[in-house]
Write a protein that binds this ligand. Structure first.
Ligand code: TEU
Length: 523
């Protein structure tokens, strides 16, 4: 058991994800920017956040809203410039907070200078920086892989007569991490940001960077849903050869060694898959990532399948606790820029409050998603306004725009996100005059106040930060999830009710206690 005095910042801290486009616009173009984040740091500090993670803000043609990076070492002019970034990092650190940036190692933009060179001719020195293959003898695709975003994972480039690989949109060609020059260049981009004061990286689809050396066909998935869109080739296959290859761990170790060139840096990986394979990303002895993201409270063991049920959730947490080696620190995620908003997933704010209490009282680092603290739901976006390539290609119900809508700061027109005469890049909630930070921070029982109090309690409670976790059974109804967090003499009991009605928990052997906080702030 790790005593809390030895906890590192990324173990004690609560991470808050900011989608820069949607946080705060200071230029009046309807798109958020880095200066806007600087202006809202007081809010985040007051809320009780320890670290911010910024989704990509690098120069980008925005084919995938910044996850198509055209230059790893600069700032997209829409969002600001390097000087603004430096001011942001300094302002974060002045508050004792940390700054984590997104790192997108699997693919670049097709406008990145490396790819422009690579595609220019077959003998260009950068040709092998990307994954180029000849058509099969009959002219067909090199293999059967599909793109996450619809269509095949290959696009033919007539100029040089070969296909290049992209597991997302065709504007996101995949780097060839088997080429040592690629690896060296990418590790240097980590150093670039660490020298600028960055404390950690969230590594996009890190499990994808190595593929099967022979690029074998993926097997057909016999359990694929029958109603898949025609172009969803990806979901028709089992993802065996295109990700999570054993060899990837060698590269992860090199990435970690690069982080360790600087003190106290933290590596977070976007990862999924079965527990026994996922846990390997910590490294055999902790020489891998500090925090492989754990999405199981959202996904269970699959994708978007977690039932919001006391026993199921407990099962997921207990399985995770059991799978972690001693050195591995747990973490939990309940929302991000790719997923359904918490309030929508749980069918309303009452269960979203229970979810917040769960996330902030489990053993491990929580990552919050901006706007969840004010209960922003998925916001309907008219079909003609859909911008996310996943929605454009695979149908409106797959669009991620709905969970990327602007943060709502106050009751003024455009909710204080952008000037009243500007048009926010995505719509606000219909109830934004009530659902905003200014109004809800004045309300002693709002979900925002709940987050604020949970964060404050967590920060000052060793039992919640580093204490042990023990689920309880006896006297607990099956639609409740009850656990103890314990550190020395202090013991916190967390009792979560997933039923619509009140429930009673009988735990006589624990003796008497005091209610510290309730989800509706009414006890
Ligand atoms: O996401 C990878 C990923 O798993 C998603 O594509 C996911 O399957 C889908 O969005 C579920 O709706 C990362 C980023 O988080 C995402 O925003 C990027 O689009 C993607 O990588 C490509 O960089």
């Amino acid at each position: 058991m790790t005593g809390q005095t030895e906890l590192k910042w990324w173990q004690r801290g609560v991470v808050y994800q900011i989608y820069p486009r949607s946080f705060k616009d200071t230029t009046g173009n309807g798109v958020g920017d880095l200066q806007g984040i600087i202006e809202k740091l007081d809010y985040l500090e007051h809320l009780g956040i320890d670290a911010i993670w910024l989704s990509p803000f690098y120069p980008s043609p925005m084919a995938d809203f910044g996850y198509d990076v055209a230059d790893y070492c600069d700032v997209e002019p829409l969002f600001g410039d390097l000087a603004t970034f430096d001011r942001l990092a300094a302002a974060v650190h002045a508050r004792g907070m940390k700054i984590i940036v997104d790192w997108v190692p699997n693919h670049t933009s097709d406008q990145h200078k490396w790819f422009i060179e690579s595609r220019s001719s077959r003998d260009n020195p950068k040709r092998d920086w990307y994954i180029w293959r000849d058509p099969k003898p009959d002219g067909s695709l090199p293999n059967n892989w599909g793109s996450f975003f619809g269509g095949p994972a290959w696009t033919f480039d007539p100029q040089t007569g070969q296909y290049y690989m992209h597991q997302f949109v065709k504007e996101q060609p995949e780097l060839n991490w088997r080429n040592p020059e690629v690896k060296a260049a990418m590790l240097d981009t980590l150093r670039f940001w660490m020298r600028r004061g960055v404390d950690g990286f969230r590594m996009d689809v890190i499990g994808l960077i190595l593929k099967d050396a022979a690029l074998r066909d993926n097997p057909i998935n016999p359990h694929a849903p029958a109603n898949l869109p025609e172009n969803d080739l990806f979901s028709r296959l089992i993802q065996v050869y295109n990700m999570d290859q054993d060899e990837v761990h060698e590269v992860v170790r090199e990435i970690r060694a690069t982080l360790d060139e600087f003190p106290e840096r933290c590596g977070i990986g976007e990862l999924w898959g079965p527990l026994d394979r996922w846990v390997k990303y910590y490294g055999e002895h902790g020489e891998g990532l500090h925090l492989p993201f754990n999405f199981r409270l959202m996904d269970g063991m699959g994708f978007n399948r977690m039932t919001w049920d006391a026993q199921a959730l407990r099962g997921v947490v207990d399985a995770l606790e059991a799978a972690l080696p001693d050195f591995a620190w747990p973490n939990y995620v309940l929302g991000n820029h790719d997923r359904m908003r918490m309030v929508t997933r749980f069918g309303g704010e009452a269960q979203a409050r229970v979810a917040a209490m769960l996330l902030l009282t489990l053993r491990g680092t929580p990552t919050l998603y901006y706007g969840d603290e004010i209960g922003i739901p998925d916001v309907p976006v008219p079909p003609e306004k859909i911008q996310d390539p996943q929605g454009v290609n695979l149908g409106a119900e797959r669009s991620r725009d709905v969970c990327r809508t602007p943060m709502q700061w106050d009751a003024s027109p455009n909710a204080g996100f952008c000037p009243p005469d500007a048009e926010p890049w995505l719509p606000l909630t219909a109830d934004y005059t009530a659902r905003n930070v200014a109004v809800m921070s004045q309300d002693a029982t709002s979900i925002l106040t709940l987050y604020h109090q949970l964060l404050a309690m967590r920060q000052e409670t060793p039992a919640l930060l580093g204490g042990s976790y023990k689920p309880l059974d006896e006297g607990v109804p099956t639609d409740c999830y009850v656990y103890l967090r314990e550190d020395g003499a202090t013991r916190y009991l967390v009792a979560l009710n997933f039923a619509a009605e009140a429930r009673q928990v009988r735990l006589p052997e624990l003796g008497r206690g005091q209610i510290m906080l309730s989800t509706h702030l009414d006890r």
